[in-house]
Design a protein around this ligand. Structure first.
Ligand SMILES: Cc1cc2nc3c(=O)[nH]c(=O)nc-3n(C[C@H](O)[C@H](O)[C@H](O)COP(=O)(O)O)c2cc1C
Length: 320
């Protein structure tokens, strides 16, 4: 069997497939749909320090090949997360990545301290850009602010830190480089693209706060380019996401340079997507005669000045 181990700096996962934050509620809600323990990791919905109600409805709108959401980061708050959700999440039997966000830098740092004291947390993912929150939560559109948040969290925790990047920036490569320089172990690319919809009968924007985040198959080519560019411009490990709904979609991200992939919107229309993607990657490796996942990470760069065996060297570096 080909080795599916995914290496994201110090974070090792048994396979490269995980849910994108906010799109997967593992257990009692959906028994039998997918075994969350079979995933490379489980990623939580973003947790904030204090409870947040999120935005008023409507929060979701289907578009051609995509989904607009303005969920607005509802969160039970860290207290309820630790007492009610974490004990269940610990029982799953795979790596647990907790997504966190704050309205101020010190909130990220405090969340990192609290989660660092808990058993069973494998890594922190910093949600630096919830585009659907009225007051912003936008630490990833300004390189200086992004550096400050990552540095503040890095100072407070020994856990691997993953910076989740917004695509709504002039240069996502610059942001990835900034996150790496500030001490992030990996980046997630990408969060949703900003979009909006207008209700023609009411002659008003559909969403209360006008814009929403676009996700799903519609954004796949855009997200894939972001991963390709980050791989070329940095050496930080990448969790690729944005519109993945089939094994081939996931393979495109891996070949473009992602060390792991996350699946979001597809979980809503096909709850078996993640299981199918794991199986599809396994089959692809075996049919192609590849011994491990690292053999295909970034492989599509080889004939484009990617430096021959660069992808293999990079993978071996990361997997040491
Ligand atoms: C309904 C919904 C809720 C989301 N909630 C979060 C969240 O809480 N934190 C976060 O970092 N990203 C959140 N996202 C963004 C996803 O994690 C992901 O980055 C994005 O949807 C792109 O992947 P996809 O096209 O596979 O959905 C959310 C996306 C959707 C559709």
């Amino acid at each position: 069997m080909a080795d599916l181990t995914a290496c994201l700096g110090r974070l090792r996962l048994k396979n490269p497939v995980m849910p994108a934050s906010g799109t997967f509620c593992c257990f009692e809600d959906n028994p039998g749909a997918i075994d969350p323990g079979s995933l490379g990791a489980v990623v939580t919905k973003t947790v904030t320090l204090v409870p947040r109600p999120g935005n008023p409805p409507p929060r979701l709108l289907e578009t051609a090949c995509g989904l607009l959401n303005t969920v607005g980061l509802p969160s039970p708050g860290i207290g309820a997360f630790l007492s009610e959700e974490l004990p269940r999440l610990r029982m799953i039997g795979t790596a647990l990545i907790v997504s966190i966000a704050g309205e101020r830098m010190r909130e990220y740092a405090e969340l990192a301290v609290r989660l660092g004291q808990e058993r069973g947390v494998a890594a922190l993912e910093l949600n630096l850009s919830c585009p659907n929150v009225e007051k912003g939560l936008n630490f990833s559109s300004d390189a200086r602010m992004l550096a400050q948040v990552v540095t503040a969290v890095r100072r407070e925790t020994t856990l691997p830190v993953i910076a989740k990047l917004s695509p709504n920036v002039a240069s996502i490569v610059e942001m990835a480089r900034t996150a790496a320089d500030a001490g992030a172990d990996a980046v997630s690319a990408v969060n949703t693209f900003q979009g909006m919809a207008v209700d023609v009968l009411k002659r008003r924007p559909v969403f209360h706060n006008i814009h929403g985040g676009l996700s799903g198959p519609a954004i796949k080519p855009l997200a894939l380019k972001a991963v390709w560019d980050i791989y070329r411009g940095t050496s930080i490990p990448i969790i690729g996401m944005g519109g993945i709904s089939t094994p081939d979609d996931a393979l495109e991200f891996l070949l473009a340079g992602a060390s792991a992939v996350a699946i979001g919107t597809a979980n809503f229309f096909n709850p078996l997507t993640m299981a199918q993607v794991i199986e599809g990657i396994q089959d692809y490796l075996e049919e192609g005669g590849f011994a491990s996942l690292g053999d295909i990470t970034g492989l599509a760069h080889d004939d484009f000045g990617g430096g021959g065996d660069t992808h293999r060297v990079r993978h071996e570096d990361k997997c040491r």
